[in-house]
Design a protein around this ligand. Structure first.
Ligand code: FAD
Length: 396
């Protein structure tokens, strides 16, 4: 019988794996499963959350990548992988069997058990979540015109990493628009970042991180030092060295961490925060037929001994290796180890401003922003192709 290669998730890792496998023309059926019928450029989610981009600007139909002659697409939510019987359990369809499986189900917000966050927290994770954030901020500004409660105009962000700074950068452009639209008292508006340590952007050196903080501060962002320890929907509680303090905020967006998809834990893989420490060739210990890539996987950086951070960059590179290895297994050839090549990283600070490191060189301001667009366009080409890049790419 014809073998079945199943790919879970049409994100950076999953969709790129599919694209590569379609090109390799394996003698096997390809099945892609995702809950959505579109691919989302998650690295731009913060723009939709802030309201500076619309959802359709950062998404494109899976039909642009799927070759219907080679691939069957199942739109459904994956509940669990049953390793013993090699089955995928889905919410609305019959179970799907596999011979080879690539899991690329991405991330969910990690609240570290902080009280109230699972009930009241807003986080940047997918299209529905960022539309909720955008609408919530706007509703707060609108409601201010009726009750003039100043806390409605406080937008707070928990965490001072990459996602936090990218979102704050966009917010500093969006808030003036909202002030004008709803005629609110600009003096009552506050954008606040609550960070556990004074050094933001841990992936960058002090000089680059300080540039990012300074640019946001210049645009009106207040930085509070403290560890968020609770949120009751109206007040954020954060612990400083001496006290637990609180801040009233109409909006609180958590950017403090992510974990891999809950499907990984629910399927009984050995994991930590939804990430499986994969073998050199990206397979799961004792299950060479299952490969895990992207944010659900942990690959150890030989330099630091720690897992590499979860990024689209590593997911894309893992996808190329996963596709190669699945084809190799089908052809009875040896698999190859995954080797990550760090190409640099650039954090947007909003329109025409960014900070980052590319090929070992620090970049700031407009050159960094141009580089960010180049990286985004390259990612669009890698999965969606040139046509998608021309339609959805960043050029100005
Ligand atoms: P994803 O791209 O998250 O895709 C997962 C797919 O699985 C989705 O299509 C989803 O619909 C599907 N799915 C999930 N659960 C289920 C289920 N149960 N059933 C069916 N389908 C499901 N990384 C960088 O390298 N550079 C950056 O500049 C950068 N900026 C970022 C900015 C922001 C605001 C954020 C939030 C992240 C950023 N990242 C960046 C990180 C990057 O987005 C992630 O590391 C990347 O998306 C992970 O890719 P993935 O393939 O693992 O999964």
């Amino acid at each position: 019988m014809r073998k079945r290669i199943v790919i879970l998730g049409a994100g950076y890792g999953g969709l790129r794996t599919l694209k590569r496998l379609q090109r390799m023309k394996p003698n096997a059926a390809l099945i892609l499963i995702d809950k959505n019928n579109y691919h989302c450029e998650k690295t731009s989610l913060h723009e939709v959350a802030a309201g500076t981009a619309d959802a359709d600007e950062i998404c494109y139909s899976l039909q642009q990548v799927i070759d219907p002659k080679r691939t069957q697409f199942v739109q459904d939510t994956v509940l669990r992988v049953v390793k013993k019987t090699r089955m995928i359990l889905l919410q609305n369809h019959d179970p799907v069997s596999y011979d080879y499986l690539v899991i690329g189900l991405g991330f969910v917000p990690e609240y570290y058990g902080i009280e109230g966050m699972d009930r009241f927290g807003l986080a940047i994770s997918d299209i529905p979540s960022v539309i909720r954030i955008r609408n919530h901020i706007e509703e707060q500004f609108k409601a201010w015109t009726e009750d003039q409660r100043s806390d409605r105009l406080v937008v707070a962000v928990g965490g001072a990493g990459f996602t936090s700074f990218e979102f704050l950068g966009e917010l500093t452009h969006r808030i003036p628009e909202l002030i004008t639209r709803y005629q609110v008292d600009a003096k009552q508006v506050r954008i606040v970042c609550i960070e556990p340590t004074p050094k933001a952007l841990p992936m960058f050196n002090r000089r680059l991180a300080a540039y990012g903080s300074r640019k946001l501060r210049d645009r009106g962002v207040d930085f509070l030092i403290g560890r968020v320890c609770g949120f009751d929907g109206a007040k954020i509680y954060y612990r400083t060295e001496e006290h637990v303090r609180s801040l009233k905020a109409g909006t609180f967006v958590w950017t403090g961490g992510v974990s891999g998809s809950a499907v990984v834990r629910d399927s009984g893989f050995e994991e930590r925060r939804g990430r499986v420490r994969v073998m050199d060739d990206l397979s799961v210990p004792d299950h060479p037929e299952i490969l895990i890539i992207g944010d659900c996987s942990a690959v150890i950086d030989p330099g630091s001994g720690q897992p590499y951070p979860t990024t689209a960059q590593i997911a894309l590179q893992q996808a190329d290796c996963a596709a190669y290895n699945v084809k190799a297994m089908l052809d009875d050839r040896p698999t190859k180890p995954f080797v990550f090549k760090f190409k640099g990283t650039v954090c947007s600070l909003g329109r025409d401003d960014a900070v980052g490191e590319v090929m070992g060189k620090g970049l700031k301001g407009r050159p960094a922003s141009v580089m960010k667009k180049v990286i985004e366009n390259r990612s669009l080409v890698k999965i969606g192709g040139v046509e998608t890049m021309l339609k959805k790419g960043r050029f100005s």
